[in-house]
Design a protein around this ligand. Structure first.
Ligand SMILES: *Cc1c(COP(=O)(O)O)cnc(C)c1O
Length: 233
């Protein structure tokens, strides 16, 4: 087995264990492999090991990788999720090349994605990024502003609002990790009670995926536990 294959198996086992402990079906949690900074070869190795969904943060790097993977495996297109910060002048290639965007935090960005989503493609799946760490993080809509944004985005054509995404402050204590994720889940439940048809909680990374699954994550975004530590140079 390749290292990536072994790592993927270990991550799948952790997800299954956490799901079992939470009395959830393991199939309720989708593993998104975060391949940022790793090449198309790493994506192809993960695909050979059965991985079908990949997350990318940096647009140009992602577009090159998507093209390289398509060239190598024209039949088997994986699902590509954009999980990085979005600049408003970069929305068009995101709308054209991804199936999901997890990091929408402003209506203006959602409107652009809606206008720029090509007609022939299925609706673009959207998660709203919520800032639950307050001052500590600049990314994400505040809980107070979330309902208005969610209702506005849910109206837009060619988008399908699926749920919420969050990146809490790093915590080593599992109880604290769970506390942050539980806040996201509460916001999500409130939006659903308010009539929005949501089904996705994108939360949990390599270091806190167990806590996230215990608190109801339906997508965990895992990079280093699959591909190894990143080198940004
Ligand atoms: C890099 C990244 C991840 C993966 O982080 P790991 O700690 O390597 O698992 C998940 N989500 C987002 C938004 C990221 O930028």
């Amino acid at each position: 087995m390749s290292t990536i294959e072994q790592n993927l198996q270990a991550v799948r086992d952790s997800i299954a264990q956490a799901a079992a402990d939470a009395q959830r079906a393991p199939g309720d949690v989708t593993l998104l492999a975060v391949s940022k900074t790793f090449g198309a070869d790493a994506v192809l190795a993960a695909m050979r090991a059965g991985q079908t969904a990949f997350g990318e943060n940096y647009l140009q790097e992602a577009l090159d990788k998507i093209a390289a993977v398509k060239l190598a495996l024209p039949q088997a297109g994986p699902a590509w999720h954009f999980i990085g910060p979005i600049q408003s002048n970069k929305t068009r290639p995101i709308a054209e090349h991804f199936g999901w965007v997890h990091t929408v935090e402003r209506e203006k960005i959602a409107v652009r994605l809606s206008e720029q989503r090509p007609d022939g493609l299925p609706d673009l799946n959207i998660c709203l990024q919520v800032n639950i760490s307050g001052e500590a993080s600049k990314s994400g809509v505040t809980p107070a502003e979330l309902p208005a944004l969610a209702h506005a985005v849910a109206q837009l054509p060619r988008l399908r609002l699926r749920g919420l995404m969050a990146i809490p402050e790093p915590e080593t204590d599992v109880k604290r990790q769970r506390f942050a994720f539980a806040q996201v889940r509460t916001l999500y439940e409130q939006l659903k009670a308010d009539g929005l048809a949501l089904d996705t909680l994108s939360m949990g990374m390599s270091a806190d995926l167990r806590a996230a699954v215990l608190e109801g994550a339906t997508i965990v975004r895992v990079g280093s536990a699959i591909f190894g530590s990143r080198n940004y140079s």
